[in-house]
Design a protein around this ligand. Structure first.
Ligand code: ZN
Length: 1005
């Protein structure tokens, strides 16, 4: 019965939306789809606003406003002409400045299918360094705004990733889940492209999820020529190709030559493709500022090429769009090849592996991830407290949208543009924090006239352990907000000056145990750090409610005895041999001679099981070169190319200091003044924190350097196989010096084995022995030998790599090389000592805790502990029932007309955990304390299409590849709208998106 229902649904979903004015192809001919387009980077050599206006044209002659002005003029004059537009960040800058008349004109052009939105996200996001949460948010922002402006008929149906430097499987899966029909891109490994060209497999069906079945299939096409026109046919004001000169009375008549060249180019291109349709991208970066040049010449080209048909030519050319091209491919009704791995890494030549940008600008990458954490919390608080779509929140969403661009989070923009990106994040965070402060104040009693009211303050410099409020106030309240939909505990760290003890009180009025932990010397010495804090005040916040907060009252104590009691014991080990530090759950073995980690163990009632592990930092010397040919390619912002075969020691030993106390122990390791680390074990945790601090990387020797953290598990035999996450979601297998679908000749044995790591790198030697390292930002990573885990944390280079940015990646701040501080988290399957939480559970739950850490804010107070406890709301939650351990609350945000957007995600893959990989059911009505849900309507992942209206193309694939286990989500798909029963079932890795109509059920605010 169940199978019959599924079948019926599949048959019904036979056709999908395409542009209403697609040209009619001619059968028996090669049909050439000319796609007029511009590629407008949301910041790269100029800032996003400089590009919009056309300011600083001495850097690059590019002004997006002129593109849209001039294209609209051309389209209005000739209904035959078409254009596609991609980046919503630019489009809405322009749209907001148009008259009503002009807006109506544009609406007509869109309705007629002359102007078609493609992709439609805020930007064309990077695929290596962007996290899935950021990708979904930025796509949703652009797509929903397009929907609200032009209606559902204008919904982009084609994903267009023409420039990103490699393509992730998760990106394709997310696009499919957003309702896209197909994806086109321009860059893939040169040998992969040659192979696919020869086999006519440049177009395929990407089976982009190992969990979601056909709902994650996406038709994918590689564009023939990057995203540019065939040679000789660039007619832009920025190009130098000859126009079509067709007046025989004038000198230079070239129609015959141009037509011959074009016919040849079309025939050549057809060699690589499987149908009698081909696509030609007629445009380049920031083209069409003077659109008439393109259109005038393309008009002539179309006329003269098609005139040849009267002489027997079998080539037919017309204005088209990617959705019309995709429809033609679908109508061809042939069987397509499939693909299940991804398109990383991208090599444009034998020595040009684009694997450096996986790590480039690690501070910016960390800032983007941290801001995502904050953005999710702001959305949740705004939704739960009914704040609606506040413009301050919109600005933060837009800033994050810009930062996902393939020259932003990728670290491949010029320095002044990078500074502009960081400024956008800082402004967005500052404004949104006002919103959070307002939300918090709604929950507090009206005490005006009784107490002096002080607004909470957010400390954005906690990353360098600096916070003016905690450093200077004699008493303050810290609010610990938990953005997870289940309770958690968290070790709060607050920067404080030395020589002072503290009394910390919880909401029940009980004293909380405190440990004062000295900050490492290398942190205190970071250039530009302006702080009196010498210690972190650490305490454990237990049972922080889900989507809620706990407050703690913190008061300085004048009693020197309290300070001494709270201060950690600090000592430098003497003697030689291995020493063991044993905590409540974990133990570390450290070599006293080298100061390096030697083993890690788990403490059980039966004793301690120790596992061998070595860890140190190494450096690659970046290749210098003039880039005149592949052999002389330099390591740069895009490219990783070490100058030599292996990484060199930074120092054979690290000086160490041991810090111990009741809540945690730390080992402070210093290799050199510019490489140090804190190994940290909290008593109640089952993970080793490794907080690294790298920089200023010295360059006085004239050599650029790329710094890696290498962890080696001698007993994990990995046979060249390792695993990396894809955009923070599913795990992809990697095999050293191997690509699953083509023969690799790897002339760069290190760089050619680097892959993007957004959240974790995993080693496995069978079902019982695995280890994982998790990251707090995107980085490049690899495994070059048995048991090796390698993550690149920072790079400072002295040469440009000649792929356009035109600067060496040499970041400085305060006159010195940039210092970066970040964390790795190390796990071994032996740590999974509890029946309830196996290795899959360990790395997924630690990963979720890293992705959404608690948000801290600080309020100076004059209230006594007693008054604070009895007057203020110091514990609050907006969630009625915690979500099950395998469900992640991905999004809760204010939506239109008082509704809310909710996304729930099953955060486990099938097979990953014995119990947590099972399907799970949640009742939406049980979620929110203060809101009654009147109805819930399921949409696609991007919130711009009702799930019941989704009707994607189906594609014939080689039956050997046909995935028989159709995701059961497709089969319970009759239920997309809920107004009575709100029970929702999630399968492994499934995300469901809902628009909730709600009614306030509280008088609290
Ligand atoms: Zn680009």
């Amino acid at each position: 019965m169940w199978a019959a229902v599924c079948l019926a649904l599949l048959i019904l979903s036979a056709s999908a939306l395409a542009n209403p004015s697609c040209p009619t192809p001619k059968s028996g001919m090669l049909n050439v789809h000319l796609v007029c387009h511009t590629h407008d980077d949301v910041g790269w050599l100029k800032t996003v606003d400089q590009y919009y206006y056309g300011s600083k044209n001495s850097i690059q002659l590019a002004g997006v406003q002129y593109v849209l002005d001039s294209v609209v003029r051309e389209l209005k004059e000739d209904p035959n002409k078409k254009f596609i537009y991609v980046e919503s960040a630019f489009f809405f800058r322009w749209w907001d400045n148009q008259s009503q008349d002009m807006q109506n004109t544009v609406k007509d052009l869109v309705a007629r299918g002359q102007l078609e939105f493609i992709n439609g996200g805020w930007c064309m996001n990077d695929e290596a360094a962007a996290h899935y949460n950021g990708i979904i948010d930025q796509m949703t922002l652009g797509l929903v705004k397009l929907n609200n402006t032009f209606g559902p008929e204008a919904r982009p149906t084609v994903a267009w990733q023409i420039d990103p430097f490699g393509h992730s499987r998760e990106q394709a899966s997310l696009f499919a889940q957003m309702g896209f029909e197909g994806l086109f891109f321009g860059r893939l490994d040169h040998d992969d492209k040659n192979t696919r060209w020869a086999n006519k497999t440049l177009e395929m069906v990407w089976q982009a999820s190992q969990n979601l079945g056909e709902s994650a299939w996406l038709f994918t096409g590689v564009l023939p020529n990057g995203y540019g026109p065939p040679g000789g046919f660039c007619f832009d004001i920025l190009c130098h190709d000859e126009p079509i000169m067709d007046d025989r009375r004038l000198h230079g008549y070239n129609v015959d030559k141009k037509v011959n060249d074009f016919l040849k180019a079309a025939q050549n291109q057809a060699q690589g493709y499987a149908t009698d349709h081909i696509i030609m991208t007629m445009g380049e970066d920031f083209n069409y500022q003077s659109a008439d040049m393109w259109y005038k010449n393309l008009d002539k080209l179309i006329r003269y090429v098609n005139e040849r048909q009267t002489n027997g030519s079998k080539i037919n050319v017309f204005y088209s769009t990617p959705s019309c091209y995709l429809k033609a491919l679908h109508d061809a009704n042939i069987t397509w090849p499939t693909k299940t791995d991804d398109f990383f890494p991208y090599a444009s030549g034998n020595h040009s592996y684009w694997t450096g940008y996986f790590t480039s600008r690690p501070a910016l990458k960390g800032y983007v991830r941290k801001t995502n954490n904050f953005l999710q919390a702001v959305k949740q608080v705004s939704a739960m407290l009914g704040l609606g779509q506040d413009p301050r929140l919109e600005r933060l969403k837009e800033a994050m949208g810009v930062l996902q661009h393939h020259d932003a989070v990728s670290g491949t923009a010029k320095q002044h543009v990078t500074n502009d990106y960081a400024e956008r994040l800082a402004q967005g965070v500052a404004e949104s924090f006002e919103l959070v402060a307002e939300a918090y104040s709604k929950l507090q009693p009206d005490i005006s006239g009784v107490e002096e009211t002080v607004e909470p303050v957010f400390c954005p410099l906690l990353n360098v352990s600096s916070c003016p409020v905690s450093e200077t106030s004699s008493a303050f309240v810290v609010t610990v907000y938990n953005p997870l939909a289940r309770p958690r505990q968290y070790y709060v760290r607050i920067p404080v000056p030395e020589g002072v003890g503290y009394k910390v009180t919880d909401y029940k009025g009980d004293a909380v145990e405190v440990q004062l932990v000295p900050l490492p010397e290398s942190l205190l010495n970071i250039p530009g750090r302006n702080s009196t804090a010498k210690h972190d005040l650490v305490f454990l916040a237990k049972d922080i409610p889900p989507l809620g907060f706990l407050q703690f009252h913190v008061k300085k104590s004048a009693n020197i005895r309290i300070y001494k009691e709270q201060m950690s014991s600090v000592h430098v080990p003497t003697g030689s041999g291995e020493m063991e530090l044993v905590g409540k759950n974990l133990a570390l073995g450290v070599d006293k001679d080298t100061g390096l980690l030697k083993s890690i163990g788990v403490v059980t009632p039966n004793g301690i099981t120790m596992v061998k592990v070595n860890q140190t930092f190494l450096r690659y010397a970046g290749m210098s070169g003039n880039n005149h040919n592949e052999d002389h390619r330099a390591s740069g912002a895009y490219i990783f190319r070490p100058n030599g075969t292996s990484a060199q020691e930074i120092s054979a030993k690290a000086n160490i200091t041991i810090i111990e106390g009741p809540l945690l122990f730390e080992i402070h390791q210093v290799w050199t003044p510019w490489v140090s680390q804190v190994l940290r074990v909290y008593m109640d945790q089952l993970v080793l924190e490794m907080e690294w601090l790298v920089g200023p990387i010295p360059i006085e020797d004239g050599i650029g350097k790329e710094i890696v953290n290498r962890v080696v598990w001698p007993d994990i035999v990995t046979n060249n196989t390792f695993y990396t996450d894809s955009n923070g979601r599913e795990i992809v297998q990697r095999v050293k010096d191997f690509r699953p679908t083509w023969q690799l000749q790897n002339l760069e044995p290190i760089a050619g084995n680097y892959y993007p790591v957004n959240s974790r790198l995993i080693l496995s030697a069978g079902p019982d022995v695995s280890a994982a390292i998790l990251t707090d930002r995107s980085q490049g990573g690899t495994s070059l030998d048995h048991g090796h885990m390698e993550l690149m944390v920072h790079r400072r280079l002295l040469h440009d790599d000649a792929f356009g940015v035109g600067e060496a990646l040499n970041e400085t701040a305060f006159g010195k090389g940039l210092v970066v501080r970040g964390k790795h988290y190390l796990l071994h399957s032996y740590f999974a000592t509890s029946k309830d939480c196996d290795f899959g559970c360990l790395h997924r739950s630690v990963g979720e805790h890293i992705m959404l850490e608690p948000v801290l804010s600080f309020t100076p107070t004059t209230a006594t502990t007693h008054t604070w406890k009895n007057t203020y709301t110091n514990k609050w939650t907006g969630l009625k029932t915690s979500l099950p351990a395998n469900v992640h609350l991905l999004t809760l945000e204010p939506w239109t007309d008082g509704s809310l957007l909710l996304r729930l995600e099953h955060m486990y893959e099938a097979q990953e955990s014995a119990t947590l990989s099972n399907p799970v059911t949640v009742n939406l009505q049980d979620l929110l304390v203060d809101w009654k849900i009147l109805s819930a309507v399921e949409t696609t992942l991007s919130g711009n299409l009702l799930k019941k209206d989704e009707n994607r193309y189906t594609w014939n694939v080689d039956s050997a590849h046909h995935d028989n286990h159709i995701s059961s989500s497709q089969c319970d798909s009759e239920v997309y709208e809920y107004d009575d029963e709100f029970s929702v079932t999630l399968n492994p890795m499934e995300i469901k998106t809902f628009i909730l109509t709600t009614e306030k059920s509280t008088t609290l605010f």
